[in-house]
Design a protein around this ligand. Structure first.
Ligand code: NAD
Length: 246
């Protein structure tokens, strides 16, 4: 085992984990940019935008309905459980996930920020209504608000939209004070994870990158694991945890 990782885990007081779409790939949920990320020949970047929703809300809802059913049939894997276990080992812990699939919560993670929202919820485009969606396909699309009947939308952050400032500053503050940060399955093509990783790197944290491929922030990372979230992350964690006695 990498001695630097053992030392970083043993000495860590405040631990953060950032996860991207690659985290859930081995649960059967496609990443957007992977070759299995296409739907009816549409690219995600063409559908996950306010412009696409404005132009064709039915098409966008059909795509989310399809994705939500994949997500609802999926199960968290050993990597999701390893992250939930990490949370119990450190007093200060925060998981920041770009994923909208809810699998971290299903695996038991509680100290988390879903920075891109959740595909399992909808919200109104006019009033403050928000609601959970069923696991099965919706019968009548596009969905309308249960309160005021205006058009509802998936409760996710689309490309080109602004982040929730409260959530972002909570994440940034935490990363500023973290001493160990794991980044798992995130390409860094979305700029916020890179921004957060950069804050942690500048503050002197040890950064660990778990990804089968090089990512936009790999150069910031101190330890690189060219492996997967489902196999290599739990293998490493299950070795490191007993060796360090955390
Ligand atoms: P991304 O930027 O998070 O990139 C995916 C990364 O995962 C790539 O770097 C890839 O090399 C890596 N990867 C692939 N298989 C992996 C594995 N088994 N283990 C570890 N890493 C692996 O994601 P994206 O697909 O470009 O999506 C952009 C945004 O869309 C995300 O930030 C997210 O908000 C949303 N999205 C969410 C989900 C989900 O909730 N599961 C799925 C697709 C997209």
């Amino acid at each position: 085992m990498n001695p630097r990782l053992l030392e970083a885990v043993a000495g860590a007081k405040s631990v953060a984990v950032i996860t991207g779409a690659g985290m859930s790939r081995e649960s059967g949920i496609p990443t957007f940019r992977g070759e299995d990320g296409l739907w009816n020949n549409y690219r995600a970047e063409d559908l996950a935008t306010p412009e696409a929703f404005h132009k064709d809300p039915l098409l966008v809802w059909q795509w989310y309905d399809w994705r939500r059913q994949i997500v609802c049939n999926a199960k968290p894997h050993a990597g999701h459980f390893a992250i939930a276990d990490m949370e119990t080992c450190f007093t200060e812990f925060l998981l920041i996930t770009q994923n909208v699939d809810g699998l971290h919560i299903q695996a038991g993670s509680r100290k988390l920020i879903e920075i891109h929202g959740s595909i399992r919820r909808a919200r109104c485009t006019r009033c403050e209504w928000r609601g959970e969606l069923p696991d099965v396909g919706l019968e009548s699309l596009p969905l309308h608000c249960k309160k005021c009947d205006a058009l509802a939308r998936p409760d996710v952050l689309w490309f080109g939209e602004s982040y929730d400032e409260g959530l972002l500053s909570r994440a940034a503050e935490f990363l500023h004070a973290s001493d160990l940060v794991w980044i798992v399955g995130s390409s860094g093509m979305v700029s916020v994870p890179v921004f957060l990783a950069d804050i942690a790197a500048r503050s002197g944290a040890t950064l660990v990158d778990v990804n089968p491929e090089e990512a936009a922030f790999s150069h910031l990372c101190d330890i690189t694991v060219r492996g997967t979230a489902g196999k290599d992350l739990p293998r490493i964690w299950n070795t490191v945890r007993p060796s360090t006695g955390v």
